[in-house]
Design a protein around this ligand. Sequence first.
Ligand SMILES: Nc1ncnc2c1ncn2[C@@H]1O[C@H](COP(=O)(O)OP(=O)(O)OP(=O)(O)O)[C@@H](O)[C@H]1O
Ligand code: SF4
Ligand SMILES: [Mg+2]
Length: 336
Amino acid sequence: MSTRAQQKPLVVVENLVKHFPVKIGAFGGKSAVVHAIDGVSFEIYQGETLGLVGESGCGKSTTGFALLQLHKATSGSVKFDGVDLAQLPTKQLRAMRKRVQIVFQDPYSTLNPRMTIGEALAEPMRVHKICEEKEIQHRVAQLIRDVGLNPNVANRYPHEFSGGQRQRICIARALASNPEFIVCDEPISALDVSIQAQIINLLMDIQEKYNLTYLFIAHDLAVVRHISDRVAVMYLGKIMEIASKDDLFGHPMHPYTQALLSAVPEADPDLERSRQRIILQGDVSNAIDPPAGCRFHPRCAYATEICSQSIPELSDQGGGHRVACLRLAEIEKETA
Ligand SMILES: Nc1ncnc2c1ncn2[C@@H]1O[C@H](COP(=O)(O)OP(=O)(O)OP(=O)(O)O)[C@@H](O)[C@H]1O
Ligand code: SF4
Ligand SMILES: [Mg+2]
């Protein structure tokens, strides 16, 4: 964990489950349940960035949404600053909402096209009574400056900006209520590669300036490595491994993490030449009918009979490096 992160957990997630009832079949006549997240537990320390990675559909966004109570969890709890959000009465949850925000992947659909940038930033300040009416203009200008734009854009509309500028405005809007925690759900995936680094640097700068805590969801492992203090790896609704970024990238223990990381090119040409790519067989299993036992077993090169019978729990391998694998000791010996 970096020195920036302190030891106090701001967010504590325990056994979080989110199932979506759906209709399936040619005419949608059959009921089924999508196991989007199934017993997820982790904590996010004040001032840190927890990266959340995993293949498409593994439950990353659902986790972020359930944390912010944008999805009502099926079971489990999310404590923010010691308070169980699911138990809060509506009025207190609304008050809590100013402390937790989200930045989405698509800045085009996040902003109201009929609101000027100034109006879009002033709205959350009014809703959450962040400051006196006479201070709003000043705070709007400050926020626009904070995200690297000129305050004279306040009277312009979202369509007048580029994708990168629009994402800056979405970040300013997330900051408008003075939050402590922000879920960044793939905030750079929709942007041109040349703009992505600027937005990452902006997120890191404002984190420092406002002592923010992030859950940073992304596909790009190099970006996650750059921005995160710790990283959690998800597979089919479960966390498979969670560790400091140095431990996770330096010594990945779970077979799924090893496969994910083996796909990342090395900057050093010598290391890149010796890199051994692990090709996973088959597709991610269906979240409607997840495999019994370890969810990764149909694709795991180390799976034995026990893997389809018992569910592995996260267990601490030292220094907060937690791994959910029934055969970890044997695998470590085999690969040593
Ligand atoms: N509102 C919903 N109704 C039914 N199923 C849903 C709903 N939202 C998500 N799901 C399902 O839950 C699972 C997890 O979805 P989620 O969007 O959390 O994945 P993700 O890891 O964020 O994927 P991506 O990387 O593609 O954004 C998927 O199987 C998805 O189809
Ligand atoms: S529990 Fe079994 S299937 Fe799951 S990761 Fe470990 S070895 Fe592979
Ligand atoms: Mg998603």
